[in-house]
Write a protein that binds this ligand. Structure first.
Ligand SMILES: CC(C)(COP(=O)(O)OP(=O)(O)OC[C@H]1O[C@@H](n2cnc3c(N)ncnc32)[C@H](O)[C@@H]1OP(=O)(O)O)[C@@H](O)C(=O)NCCC(=O)NCCS
Length: 335
């Protein structure tokens, strides 16, 4: 059946290409993930056309005999020194065209590109117990990390508990809370970059994820990438009286009218762990969202299932289980 499908690399993405891509992703997600809001057309256009941090993207579409797109594949190739072995895949086939070899055809283009680009690790996320998992196992990807996704309903947050945690400054003597929107203020940029390096010990299971070194320019570049996509980045941080940034938490509000915010990093640097700072900064973020962004009604986060401390903090705040995904990895021979 797959002889009727034509695979085309997309070199320059037009508005029409992005709209077709959006339709494929929306149809695929509506089938497999009916509870997950698909990205809007504007988000997909930005994702495909705006620069990413330290990476570039290759894209392919699969079209049927009538020229209508039935599948898409996007490959993110990381370029920073600690991560230039890695490529990350996004792959979708519309439900009506599945099990005809289209996903496999797209994957073979992706694997060939990984070889050309000297990648040793190809990673991809799939929902637990989904067609995606069956497909990846068929092609010898191995399970590398299990993730619990959690949701916090902001209008059901226990106000007393959050206020109590947020007001307990006395228990955090020597620390102060601060926050910003978008790019970190200059006077905090170096301290923030140092704290960002604390994310390098985040549990990643058996993923060959590598690591990146953060400095002030890189944290500014990351904020710029989010802004260029049209999204809003909110950060709350705990700063120690000696000027060290002890911890921080980041939320992204997607462009458009999305009512769901996405949790990005939360980290407490090792020397400051065990003092309740993780709960303190996340509670402060909940209060900020409720006060400043009332149209946001929920927050989604994902944690490695063995990240017990982060999961405990999230449960304490009222996050509930939502869905499970797994990161898969294909190890590729290198020349
Ligand atoms: C994963 C996905 C891209 C597969 O696309 P596809 O065009 O159906 O894939 P193929 O027809 O090439 O399947 C190849 C083989 O994978 C396995 N496979 C694919 N879907 C399967 C399913 N639902 N159940 C069991 N095995 C499956 C089979 O071995 C299949 O060969 P067969 O049909 O001869 O038995 C598609 O299901 C999809 O879009 N899923 C949602 C997106 C997603 O999960 N992406 C992340 C993981 S890639």
């Amino acid at each position: 059946m797959s002889e009727h499908v034509h695979i085309t690399p997309l070199r320059r993405i037009s508005v029409t290409d992005a709209a077709a891509w959006h339709q494929v992703v929306a149809a695929s997600m509506a089938h497999d993930l009916p509870d997950v809001p698909p990205p809007g057309p504007g988000q997909v256009h930005a994702q495909l056309t705006k620069p990413t941090l330290d990476s570039h993207r290759l894209t392919w579409t699969a079209t049927g005999a009538d020229g209508v797109p039935v599948g898409v594949a996007g490959l993110r190739l990381f370029t920073s020194p600690g991560r230039d072995h890695l490529a990350e895949l996004e792959l979708h086939v519309v439900p009506a065209h599945r099990r005809h070899g289209t996903g496999s055809l797209l994957l073979s283009e992706v694997v060939a590109a990984c070889r050309t680009e000297s990648r040793r690790s190809l990673i991809v996320e799939a929902s637990a117990d989904s067609p995606g998992e069956a497909f990846l196992e068929r092609w010898s990807f191995r399970r590398a990390l299990s993730l619990d996704h959690l949701i916090l309903d902001l209008d059901q947050v226990d106000e007393n508990r959050i206020l109590k945690v947020g007001d307990s400054d006395a228990e955090h003597l020597g620390y102060r809370l601060t926050g910003w929107t978008g790019t970190v203020p200059d006077e905090l940029a170096d301290a923030f970059a140092t704290a960002k390096n604390a994310m390098n010990d985040m549990p990643v299971g058996d993923l060959d994820y590598g690591s990146v070194d953060w400095d002030a320019d890189r944290v500014r570049a990351m904020a710029q990438v989010v802004a260029d996509r049209g999204d809003t980045l909110l950060t709350i941080a705990a700063v120690h009286e000696d000027g060290t940034m002890a911890g921080y938490t980041e939320i992204v509000l997607p462009q458009g009218a999305s009512s769901r915010a996405q949790q990005y990093d939360t980290a407490v640097v090792p020397a400051h762990r065990g003092h309740g700072l993780g709960l303190w900064i996340k509670a402060a973020m909940v209060r900020r969202l409720r006060a400043e962004h009332p149209s946001v009604v929920e927050v989604e986060t994902d944690n490695a299932e063995d990240n017990v401390h982060m999961l405990a903090v999230n449960r304490e705040l009222g996050f509930r289980s939502y869905r499970r995904t797994r990161e898969f990895q294909l190890d590729l021979p290198t020349a």
